[in-house]
Write a new protein. Structure first.
Length: 303
């Protein structure tokens, strides 16, 4: 599907926050068997990524590893059953009848709610690491972000606009094939027409990426205390700011950024709706196997 089921699967997040999402986001894995494998590997992956960005010392690393495992245990019990139910409802809707744009938007609202729940649980533990960071660790993160921004520009923002559009169409068609199977001629034409009319979503995502990174750096500079103890009031204030940042990953606080992001995501939703509504019976069967396979694996992980 062009937006990997209601846009949640294409969220372009600040890499640091993506580390946390990778620990929790079994929905984003690309095959049913990989859901279980990836979820079980999430504590190691998250710890590795946190160290990759911040160069954690032994105390920070030990704290992070313990908290990641605790969060993942909570997530298995509390969140995965809800994800599985959502996927089954989504499958029932897609299989039964054509969908409209309002339904695709509602799917995103549901997923936003899932993220809000996780953000609230992640924030206290992430806060403890952030306030312990040293200046050189923040600089390490900035350098990592700059390197990855350069990679993003090379992949998604070639100077030739026609090449940028060609890559966009190719990515969308590949996503359709991943979820539905071989693209039909009708779908291919729909995708090409709609992709040409889309906003420059690669540039919009890049600008949002930079803004989130700037927000993250500002947050770290404001909160880090280089290991100094926090009073209860300071801890609550820091946690409030971290929670606010995590929630803004899905919906920026800035109105202009939020509106820009909504336009991009809505354009992606429109392609999803158009493609699904002309899907063949075989494509719908392929999608059903994928969604129900995820749901079964999530239920198994939750037990």
């Amino acid at each position: 599907m062009p937006n990997k089921v209601a846009t949640a699967f294409q969220l372009s997040l600040v890499r640091l926050v993506h580390v946390v999402i990778a620990s929790l986001g079994a929905l984003a894995l690309s095959s049913c068997s990989m859901v279980r494998i990836g979820y079980d590997a999430a504590p190691w992956y998250a710890s590795w990524q946190l160290d990759r960005y911040w160069g954690l010392d032994s105390a920070q690393a030990a704290y992070g590893q313990d908290r990641i495992e605790e969060i993942l245990g909570w997530h298995r019990r509390s969140e995965l059953p809800e994800y599985a139910r959502f996927l089954r409802r989504l499958n029932d809707t897609v299989q039964a009848r054509p969908i409209d744009l309002n339904e695709a938007t509602a799917w995103r609202r549901t997923l936003k709610g899932f993220w809000a729940s996780s953000a609230q649980r992640i924030a206290p533990e992430l806060t403890e690491i952030i306030v312990s960071l040293r200046p050189e660790q923040v600089e390490r993160m900035k350098n990592r972000m700059a390197s990855e921004n350069n990679d993003y520009r090379k992949e998604f923002l070639p100077n030739d606009l026609s090449e940028r559009q060609r890559r966009r169409i190719k990515r969308i068609e590949e996503r359709i094939e991943e979820y539905l199977g071989e693209v039909t001629d009708r779908q291919r034409e729909l995708v090409r027409q709609m992709a040409r009319a889309m906003p420059q979503n690669e540039q919009s995502w890049y600008e949002e990426r930079l803004a989130r990174q700037q927000d993250m750096v500002a947050l770290l500079e404001r909160l880090r205390r280089s290991g100094q103890p926090l009073s209860d009031a300071q801890r609550q204030d820091a946690m409030m700011h971290v929670t606010s940042y995590l929630l803004s990953v899905w919906e920026p606080h800035d109105l202009q950024r939020r509106q820009s992001l909504e336009r991009v995501m809505r354009a992606s939703d429109e392609i999803t709706v158009a493609v699904l509504n002309v899907a063949t019976s075989m494509q719908k069967a392929n999608l059903s196997r994928r969604l129900l396979g995820w749901a079964d694996d999530l239920d198994a992980l939750a037990r």
